[in-house]
Design a protein around this ligand. Structure first.
Ligand code: BV8
Length: 229
């Protein structure tokens, strides 16, 4: 499972650090909610457009690319990502479950329309062609449920996993942060990759306290070495 830290080396600020400049005075948990959008749609729209412009300049980093190669090297490596930036897919990874949606799309709150956000600069919020309400970023806000399919697929993967890698997440947001326990109950090996400690650190089987962009290529190289022996 990946979190914002796995995109940090691509220049996308982590969710906790995202608040720089204009947004420094806000906490993400206070902006990424249906209530915030209902109260001040323009402000929330501007925040997302600002994040989208940042993400549009980001490229997959060595960690993303190593995961793509690991998928080819090993028989089944699946990705559950909390990130909404689409960088795993851009790195060529397959079977990516977007647990919290994808910021590159807008959707109608009624769920009957989704479309790509074609313009990261416009300040006018697009309207749903069916009901004429504001569209909103196609991400899961705090207080919103995880999309059923993403949730079910993720639980199934964790029930069947041999190894669960927690990569670049502060392990604080649920239910995403609870998935590791499903794997643990299935006797999976739990591995954390994060330069800082998190609530998971003390119970993980292995902890690599380094950036994902440097650890994952080393893991890949070690496994490729074993494969050639
Ligand atoms: C839910 C998409 C059921 C949006 C995100 C009160 C009311 C309602 C709910 C709650 C409540 N109290 C608690 C909850 C539950 C709540 C929750 O968990 N809150 C937290 C704050 C306690 N969860 C929810 O609301 C979830 N839904 O519960 O539904 C429900 C339904 C109805 C009513 C009630 C309940 C939905 C949560 C989804 C929120 N959406 N993102 C958007 O992007 O705009 S969450 C967002 O923050 C991310 O997606 C991610 O999941 C989460 C945490 O971010 P991280 O990825 O972990 O990033 P972070 O910055 O925190 O940490 C980065 C880490 O990387 C750090 O540890 C750092 O050390 C490390 N790092 C840095 N550089 C590197 C690195 N690691 C490796 N390499 C590096 N180079």
């Amino acid at each position: 499972m990946s979190g914002a830290g796995s995109s940090a080396e691509s220049g996308v600020p982590t969710f906790r650090e995202a608040q720089t400049g204009l947004w420094a005075k806000y906490k993400p948990e206070d902006l990424a909610t249906p209530g915030a959008f209902a109260r001040d749609p323009q402000k929330i729209w501007k925040w997302y457009q600002w994040r989208r412009r940042l993400i549009s300049q980001a490229k997959p980093n060595a960690g993303h690319l190593a995961i793509t190669k690991l998928q080819k090297l090993l028989h089944s490596v699946s990705i559950i990502t909390q990130n909404v930036d689409g960088l795993h897919q851009e790195a060529g990874s397959k079977s990516v479950i977007e647990f919290h949606g994808n910021i590159r799309y807008n959707k109608c709150s009624d769920g009957h329309h989704t479309e790509l956000n074609t313009n990261n600069k416009t300040e006018s919020i697009p309207l749903c062609p069916r009901c004429m309400n504001y569209l909103r970023p196609a991400v899961v806000w705090f207080g919103e449920s995880i999309p059923e399919e993403a949730s079910q697929q993720s639980i199934k993967l964790c029930e069947e996993s041999d190894v669960f890698f927690s990569i670049g997440t502060s392990s604080q947001v649920y239910p995403a942060a609870g998935l590791v326990e499903i794997s643990r109950n299935n006797n999976s090996l739990i591995v954390e990759v994060n330069p800082n400690s998190t609530p998971l650190t003390s119970t993980a089987d292995y902890v690599f306290s380094e950036p994902s962009g440097s650890f994952l290529p080393k893991l890949l190289a070690a496994l490729e070495m074993r494969k050639t022996k």
